[in-house]
Design a protein around this ligand. Structure first.
Ligand code: CO
Length: 185
């Protein structure tokens, strides 16, 4: 089932998401629905709060961009209770980002190139790994959502000022996009 994407202004996007365990009800169905929703909205990552569920769960599909970045061929992963344990601050890069919850906004964001993450997969197997490059960026973006952070929070100065009115428009439902959304009423 395709779920509506909660857009900026929805309180769930500002909440600290809760950790879950194997007994979380209908988890498999939620994950399946999130993949369908991600595909329909042509995104590369989706965090549970973006479909209105405040739990530490995110999915990433980089297979869809593997024509440009062949190293990510087949990279489709589910992250349960992910945490960024370390940021290697020795190297950062700047790249444009967008977000399904912030339709129409695209801004350059500075992020660490390498991070250490811990998470569980769909079988609740534990993982602890260093990741880098584009994947590290997408993880930082998605896992931020689990801490109530959106990418425009990282902007500084003039860029931050300039996005304020766009964020206000989204909050009020003054935007268009080609996927189903849930605007705060
Ligand atoms: Co996002």
């Amino acid at each position: 089932m395709i779920l509506p994407i909660y857009t900026y202004g929805q309180p769930v996007l500002r909440q600290e998401a809760e950790e879950i365990d194997k007994d979380y009800p209908k988890l498999d169905q939620l994950i399946k629905d999130m993949y369908e929703t991600l595909e329909r909205s042509e995104g590369i990552g989706l965090a549970a709060p973006q479909v209105g569920v405040p739990i530490r769960l995110a999915i990433i599909n980089l297979d869809v961009i593997s024509e440009d970045l062949p190293e990510y061929k087949g990279y489709v992963r589910t992250f349960i209770n992910p945490f960024i344990e370390e940021y290697d601050e020795t190297e950062t890069d700047i790249m444009e980002e967008g977000c399904l919850s912030l339709p129409g906004i695209h801004e350059k964001v500075k992020r660490a190139k390498r991070i250490r993450v811990t998470y569980q997969d769909e079988q609740f197997e534990e993982h602890d790994e260093w990741v880098e490059g584009y994947l590290a960026r997408v993880m930082q973006h998605e896992f931020d959502h689990l801490d109530g952070v959106v990418f425009t929070d990282h902007l500084k100065g003039l860029r931050r000022q300039l996005t304020k009115s766009k964020l206000q428009d989204i909050r009020q439902g003054n935007f268009s996009c080609n996927y189903k959304v849930k605007v705060k009423r």
